[in-house]
Design a protein around this ligand. Structure first.
Ligand SMILES: Cc1cc2nc3c(=O)[nH]c(=O)nc-3n(C[C@H](O)[C@H](O)[C@H](O)COP(=O)(O)OP(=O)(O)OC[C@H]3O[C@@H](n4cnc5c(N)ncnc54)[C@H](O)[C@@H]3O)c2cc1C
Length: 470
């Protein structure tokens, strides 16, 4: 005899989509359960994604600064050395603190955490199998699938968990690789490549396209980042692909083919394959109850996140859209509000995208290329951190800001930053765009001096060629 519990909403997956949605639904008075098969709450983001990668990026940046930068500030650090186990322990501690935080939040908001693997029995019933093999059934009128994503595998380079790895293993190497080859020049590859480069590895990035961070990032911004990373020691093989890879005598031997079809060999002790992620819904039984998927394995939803099966919803990485924690969170909140009879909504026009290299890249809205492709008349204003007082004080002058505004209305269409703390500076641009600001609005907003966001204001002024750099 299996117990059946009843809830208003049951969410499968406790990543940023699932746990944030669960808390919002509970705040709105719904009886909520959240099922998670991993031992810790928080999903990819907290356990093997955003948080551990940023913890290592921050630690490795301190190490690199102490070795290469502090002396220029008059801070002499002799004998700086790496304690990798301590760095990893600290990262694990950050992760543990945050995942434990969700346990407390669930308690506070009376969200029932159901540990185990969820599988649909029917559109209103889930069977949950705990680690010890015990089963329970839960029934509800609303099931939210928030099962996330997993790394894409290259058939020519299957993961072995040791030499050929995904981001998960690259977050916890026990020693610094001598030569790390990163396949894929996107955010995850460049971030983890930065970590290991700063800690002493030689890092080569192989990217199929002729540029880094393809997608929504403005090409000029991506080229500026590439120059900065090259100065730091990155090697890039752009417009090239890995056609073969094999582990021989403890090292990986890769065959690389460039755009002209020329083949060459590259040897590495570790290879990180970071060519993207794909939606994950394995073992959930969603197909079996008739839920429709697209040709990329993503669950198809309408603009209220409902699948073709009434009462079954999906959010986050498992549906279309950028695979970002904050996008998943916003969808979780919007859906919880819709289920509580409110007007939940996500503004997909203003999703910031950030690459936490140094300098950082942060972008929101249309790039120049996208504006041209859509034949939208636009004006662009740029400003270089070289002329920003705070960046000079920090000795971090690499990079620029670009503001793109509609040529007729002056409404801001996109903002692109490569530079120090771009991840923080972009927040102002996102807010401005959310409120439909014009470049003039941004230009007339007083900014504290000297600050990095002044560069954003100057770029906005420069839309009408009014900045000091014009
Ligand atoms: C290395 C790395 C760095 C990243 N850095 C960033 C970043 O800086 N910023 C950013 O915005 N995004 C980043 N991301 C992406 C971000 O982690 C994801 O976009 C985000 O986690 C998606 O949230 P989600 O809730 O949709 O799914 P997930 O976080 O993947 O959570 C899904 C959860 O569902 C659980 N689950 C799946 N199936 C079942 C089942 N049948 N039963 C029970 N539980 C199940 C899984 O165990 C998992 O915990 C990064 C990703 C990686 C890999």
């Amino acid at each position: 005899m299996v117990d059946t519990q009843q809830f208003d909403v049951v969410i499968v997956g406790a990543g940023p989509g699932g746990y944030v949605g669960a808390i919002r639904a509970a705040q709105l008075g719904l009886k909520v359960a959240c099922v998670e098969k991993m031992p810790a709450l928080g999903g990819t983001c907290l356990n093997i994604g955003c948080i551990p990668s940023k913890a290592l990026l921050d630690s490795s940046e301190w190490f690199s600064q102490a070795r290469h930068k502090f002396a220029s500030h008059g801070v002499v650090c002799d004998g700086v050395r790496l304690d990798l186990p301590a760095m990893m322990r600290r990262k694990d501690e950050v992760v543990r603190g945050l995942t434990q935080g969700i346990v407390s939040l669930f308690k506070k908001h009376q969200v029932t955490h159901l540990p185990g693997h969820a599988r649909f029995r029917d559109a209103k019933t889930l069977e949950i199998t705990a680690e010890n093999g015990s089963h329970q059934l839960v029934q509800t009128n609303a099931i939210i699938v928030a099962t996330g994503s997993e790394p894409i595998t290259l058939p020519s380079l299957p993961f072995d968990g040791e030499r050929i790895v995904s981001s998960t293993e690259a977050l916890c190497f026990s020693e610094v690789p001598q030569h790390l080859v990163v396949v894929g020049g996107g955010a995850i590859g460049l971030e983890l490549g930065s970590v290991w480069l700063r800690l002493g590895a030689k890092v080569t990035v192989v990217e199929l396209l002729p540029r880094l961070i393809p997608g929504t990032t403005d090409a000029q911004i991506a080229a500026t980042l590439q120059r900065s990373l090259k100065k730091q020691g990155f090697d890039f093989l752009l417009g090239s692909k890995v056609t073969q890879g094999a582990v021989r005598n403890g090292e990986v031997v890769l065959t690389i083919e460039d755009g002209k079809g020329q083949q060459s060999e590259l040897k590495a002790d570790r290879v990180l394959v970071a060519v993207g992620r794909k939606a994950y819904a394995a073992g959930l039984g969603a197909q079996e109850i008739g839920v429709a998927f697209d040709d990329r394995g993503r669950i198809i939803v309408d603009n209220h996140f409902q699948t073709n099966v009434p009462g079954v919803y999906a959010i986050g990485d498992v549906i279309a859209g950028p695979m970002l924690a904050h996008k998943a969170e916003e969808e979780g909140v919007a859906l919880a509000e819709l289920l509580a009879g409110k007007a939940g909504h996500v503004n997909y026009e203003v999703i910031p995208g950030i690459v936490y290299t140094w300098p950082e890249v942060a972008t929101v809205g249309l790039s120049e290329e996208a504006a041209k492709a859509a034949e939208i008349p636009y004006k662009a204003g740029t400003f270089y951190f070289l002329a920003n007082g705070r960046a000079r004080c920090m000795d971090e002058t690499d990079g620029m800001v670009k503001v793109i505004a509609d040529a007729k209305t002056d409404r801001v269409l996109g903002v692109h930053i490569v530079g120090p703390r771009a991840s923080d500076v972009i927040a102002e641009a996102v807010m401005a765009m959310e409120f439909g600001a014009s470049a003039e609005d941004m230009a007339r907003t007083m900014h504290g001096h000297p600050t990095l966001p002044e560069a954003l204001r100057e770029a906005a002024l420069n839309v009408d060629k009014r900045s000091r750099q014009s």
